[in-house]
Ligand binder design. Structure first.
Ligand SMILES: C[S@@+](CC[C@H](N)C(=O)[O-])C[C@H]1O[C@@H](n2cnc3c(N)ncnc32)[C@H](O)[C@@H]1O
Length: 385
């Protein structure tokens, strides 16, 4: 496939002009280098790579005022300059059709675009979510409350589009906040179902307009499957999934574990995790809404006999305080999956007196970008006293 016509200006993916096989080699090499810098000597599995195009399941576009109404992404290294996007090769084959139709529709209707400096105007963002195994599409139009939306007209226009995926859900989100981020002050389902549904192996996951779901479903399915294979659970083990998000790793492991606990700081995401567990008829799982460190410090003693700890933190990794709490918890096995190799390796060093990496395995979750997901299996070599 040719590279995207917006490559070079769009801040989305910076590696598209590098052949994909070279990208994966470089990513693998970057992990090898970190292993050498940190003196880690264990098996490095080959990088896992999947479809390099149309892998993302979510994009958040912004409206702008270039030549009438534009809608797209911010330009690389610019202060808020928007590029009008007509295709997005890492997201969806339908992106261009939808963006054009939505822009044309609002041009005809004469609606205005929100200006983030004056805070005047109507159209703010367009959120698109697409499942990859079930081909369902969800659209969220984000506006201020300053103008009327012709709800039926908007939905009918969308229903008339010829798309590859099935349009299952259309939301209108009102956001009058001063924040640049999308704030779901008010949301209204204009058409279809409140959720779209992704299928990973035998499990179903409902995705809401505002819920967290890993961006690359094909890659995440494989990562979860690998964790399940390496863990070799025998229905006796207790598993603690810190930073559990929508609970999907725990849901993958629950069938072969005795019990799984998930800890997640965001209440809406925990609600989603409960819903996912219910949807998949999983009963030996429980979720806690809590900060991971506070949870370990206040309830760590209660979960002292955790056999397997799963850690999948945000890019900032683990603080020293969480690391100390993990050492006190003292699980025999840890799976640490991280989207930031730098913080991952710094954390491995901090754990090294008690835990030794058995294998390291990179997963290319984010082709054509510099980002990389890495899984490490650690075994306890010394108990914290
Ligand atoms: C990389 S995501 C992992 C999600 C999940 N493991 C999955 O595979 O879908 C990190 C998650 O950690 C949550 N989080 C961030 N800071 C946290 C904290 N201090 N304590 C608990 N959860 C936190 C975020 O809300 C997010 O859902």
């Amino acid at each position: 496939m040719d590279i995207c016509k917006h490559f070079g200006t769009c801040g989305g993916c910076s590696f598209q002009d590098i052949p994909y096989s070279v990208q994966t080699l470089c990513k693998e090499e970057s992990i090898r280098e970190l292993m050498s810098v940190y003196g880690i000597n264990c098996e490095l599995k080959p990088i896992n790579s999947y479809s390099e195009w149309f892998y993302r399941n979510k994009m958040e576009f912004s409206f702008g005022q270039k030549e009438g109404i534009s809608c797209g992404l911010y330009k690389k290294a610019s202060h808020g300059e928007l590029i009008d996007i007509s295709e997005c090769l890492i997201f969806s084959k339908d992106a261009g059709t939808i963006l054009k139709a939505v822009k044309d529709y609002f041009m005809l209707k004469g609606n205005s675009v929100h200006n983030k400096f004056s805070h005047k105007g109507f159209l703010r963002n367009l959120i698109l979510r697409e499942t990859k195994f079930t081909n369902e599409l969800m659209l969220g139009l984000v506006t201020t409350s300053s103008e009327e939306l012709d709800k039926d007209g908007f939905v009918n226009m969308l229903k008339g589009l010829s798309l590859n995926s099935t349009l299952k859900s259309v939301y209108w989100i009102v956001n009058d906040s001063l924040s640049d981020a999308v704030v779901f002050e008010k949301k209204e389902l204009l058409f279809g179902e409140p959720f779209i549904e992704e299928k990973l192996d035998e499990f179903k996951f409902k995705i809401a307009i505002d819920s967290f779901f890993q961006v690359n479903p094909l890659a995440i399915k494989n990562l979860y499957g690998k964790i399940r294979n390496y863990a070799k659970l025998e229905k006796r083990e207790k598993v603690l999934d810190l930073f559990c998000g929508g609970g999907s790793i725990g849901i993958f492991l629950a069938g072969s574990a005795k019990f799984v606990w998930g800890v997640e700081v965001s209440q809406p995401i925990v609600d989603c995790a409960w819903q996912n567990a219910k949807e998949n008829n999983i009963e030996n799982i429980s979720f806690f809404t809590a900060d991971a460190r506070a949870f370990l410090n206040t309830q760590g003693a209660f979960y002292k006999d955790v056999d397997v700890l799963i850690i999948n933190p945000p890019r900032c990794g683990l603080s020293n305080k969480i690391i100390r709490a993990i050492l006190r918890l003292s699980p025999k096995t840890i799976f640490y999956s991280s989207c930031n190799p730098d913080t991952l390796f710094a954390n491995l060093k901090a754990l090294s007196a008690s835990y030794r990496p058995q294998l390291i395995e990179p997963f290319d979750f984010f082709p054509h970008t510099p980002h990389l997901e890495t899984l490490v299996l650690l075994k306890q070599i010394k108990k914290e006293i």
